[in-house]
Write a protein that binds this ligand. Structure first.
Ligand SMILES: *[C@@H]1O[C@H](CO)[C@@H](O)[C@H](O)[C@H]1NC(C)=O
Ligand SMILES: *[C@@H]1O[C@H](CO)[C@@H](O)[C@H](O)[C@H]1NC(C)=O
Length: 580
């Protein structure tokens, strides 16, 4: 009797395990609680940036052209026709930037390796020694200062000349092998010191903005097909690199993951099944598009169902490419940790595309409408509303959908509008405080979050938005050719969170905020003085009536602020009317 009993216990256990593995995320459970005071378990605090956004030195020391060099040099693609040519000049400021990280006692720094800096053409015929050396120095200095490097291999800067121009970039399946060669070189050169690798940063953006809308490099508008095809190749490339690492380089505590971005989608009406399904589609078409193949081997069923609709239009095959069964098992499980980039949330409602399906696109495939609550704060980028509770829900979704993987938050932060520049960024303090708190609640829910990366360390080149949006904990004066950095109030606040490893109690946290704001006003004066003298010097060169001109600039800045507030108000009204 004993063995049989054992078997049945085993069965019950298995059943329980199966049930919990198949546990569904509950879309109707809504728990926006109050602020939670407490500390984190063993945790890694960091900040990040990426090569094209910060390095500058776009044509120095043998670097090849990337698709972003070429794209940003075309007029009309980037706000004010700005480029990343010099950006923060981080290429020359390794020591300065690391001292900023030390100042706030970061545990890790996330950066990316520019592929064309170390392999100028992209195909491994020639390796650029000076490029190799730059990242060697960066990694060594980080380690000397006890800061763990978390390294992204692909943060959007594909080599231009051969890979994009001749081969068509991510539309071409051969990128899988070229990317694997590049990744293998990085493992060989840096893997003795780098233990955390991220294959791709936000492939959603690469696919949709690079190949569907064309807002990002390479600027292609292959509506309805380009994004799906690019994503298909990116997923295969990720899997191949993970296998290369797994078979050739893995020692102990060495991890390869991917960094996926995803907004949270909340049903407008949680009692309406159609809205719940639409919200799920929103998240599945965003995060799930990449996470589901990597964790379960294939695209989300809902994507296969909704993209396949084109079959009825006589296209014959789905615009969503399919994985063979061999590919599915090769791709499944290729993730030692999941990087999550998260900034904002949308309300989602079901909507059939009014234009019908004559114009296929990634966006119309989803049959939904995105809405925002006008009460949500939106201090910076027009898409970025502060909705902290959405973060907790997304993290819980990841836990239930993908078997509670190890998570590093690889990007989270908020921008500000260019003209209203202020070092006393209380709204950013509020954003970080609330989002980090929701992450703490998620960890208490059982989500396996191991680290957090504030996005970003410095103000930097924000892709098609140029320098018009600032995400930094440190302000960078881009008009000054030395690109000096100034601490914002938020960096003081973040430093306190790091040193306390959480939020000890209300009084203390309130104290941090007050002190941070006090400290920043002196930095503010310093910055203002610097900027006045820079502006005065420039004006003196071009105009003798300097004092008159200075007055004008002082009037212009507040006017631009007022104007942008007015425009936002009008846009908001417009949005509200559309919503009704
Ligand atoms: C950017 O370049 C385009 C094309 O040359 C030009 O029309 C536009 O005015 C420029 N924008 C700015 C802000 O300089
Ligand atoms: C894809 O890349 C390969 C080289 O890796 C090249 O031979 C081929 O022509 C490319 N295909 C297209 C359509 O550009």
């Amino acid at each position: 009797m004993q063995p049989r009993c054992g078997v049945s216990v085993c069965h019950v256990l298995m059943l329980v395990l199966c049930l919990s593995a198949a546990e569904d995320f509950d879309w109707t459970k809504n728990n926006h609680g109050s602020f939670y005071y407490g500390t984190f378990p063993t945790f890694s605090w960091g900040a990040g940036g990426s090569a094209y956004q910060t390095e500058g030195a776009w044509d120095k020391d043998g670097k090849g052209l990337s698709i972003w060099d070429v794209f940003s040099h075309k007029k009309g693609k980037i706000q004010l026709n700005d480029t990343g040519d010099s950006s923060c000049e981080s290429y020359y400021k390794i020591k300065d930037d690391i001292s900023l990280m030390k100042e706030i006692r970061l545990n890790h720094y996330r950066f990316s390796i520019s592929w064309p800096r170390i392999i100028p053409t992209g195909v491994k015929d020639h390796v650029n020694g000076k490029g190799i050396q730059y990242y060697d120095e960066l990694i060594n200095h980080l380690l000397e200062n006890h800061i763990t490097p978390i390294v992204t291999l692909y943060h959007w800067d594909l080599p231009q000349q051969v890979l994009q121009e001749k081969y068509g970039g991510w539309q071409n399946i051969s990128m899988v092998n070229h990317f694997n060669d590049f990744a293998n070189l990085c493992f060989e050169k840096y893997g003795d010191r780098v233990k955390h690798w991220i294959t791709f940063n936000n492939p959603w953006s690469v696919a949709v903005e690079g190949y569907e809308t064309g807002e990002h490099a390479p600027g292609l508008k292959l509506r309805g097909t380009g994004a799906y095809r690019a994503a298909h190749h990116i997923i295969k490339a990720h899997a191949k690199v993970w296998h290369t690492y797994d078979t050739q380089w893995r020692g102990k505590q060495k991890l390869v993951g991917i960094s996926l971005s995803g907004d949270w989608g909340e049903p407008v009406d949680i009692s309406n099944q159609k809205d719940i399904e639409a919200a799920e589609r929103y998240v599945q078409f965003y995060l799930g598009w990449f996470a589901t193949p990597i964790f379960h081997g294939d695209y989300p069923q809902v994507m296969k169902d909704f993209v396949r609709k084109s079959v009825q239009q006589g296209l014959g095959t789905s615009r969503l490419p399919a994985f063979s069964s061999q590919e599915k098992s090769y791709i499944k499980g290729t993730c030692d940790f999941l990087g999550i980039g998260h900034f904002t949330t949308r309300y989602i409602t079901h909507r059939n595309d009014p234009t019908g399906r004559s114009s296929n696109s990634y966006f119309t495939d989803r049959d939904l409408a995105e809405l925002v609550d006008p009460r949500w704060p939106d201090p910076g980028s027009e898409w970025l509303y502060s909705v902290p509770w959405g973060f907790r829900r997304l993290l819980n979704f990841v836990k239930t959908q993908y078997g509670n993987p190890m998570i590093y938050v690889t990007e989270n932060g908020v921008s500000e509008k260019m003209m209203c520049t202020e070092l006393c960024d209380e709204w950013r303090i509020q954003y970080y405080k609330d989002y980090i708190n929701e992450m703490l609640k998620a960890i208490r829910d059982g989500v396996n979050v191991k680290g957090y990366t504030a996005w970003s360390l410095l103000d930097k080149f924000e892709w098609d938005e140029g320098y018009s949006e600032r995400f930094g904990l440190y302000y960078v004066d881009f008009r000054n050719k030395n690109k000096p950095r100034y601490p914002k109030a938020s960096v003081q606040f973040y430093k306190r969170i790091i040193s306390s490893n959480g939020f000890p109690n209300q009084r203390e946290v309130e104290n941090w905020r007050r002190k941070a704001v006090e400290m920043c006003s002196s930095s503010n004066q310093l910055l203002a003085a610097e900027q006045r003298s820079t502006a005065a010097n420039i004006l003196r060169l071009i105009h003798p009536l300097t004092s008159h001109m200075e007055m004008v600039t002082e009037i212009v800045v507040p006017t631009v602020c007022t104007l942008s507030i007015l425009i936002s108000a009008v846009l908001l009204m417009f949005l509200l009317r559309r919503r009704n």
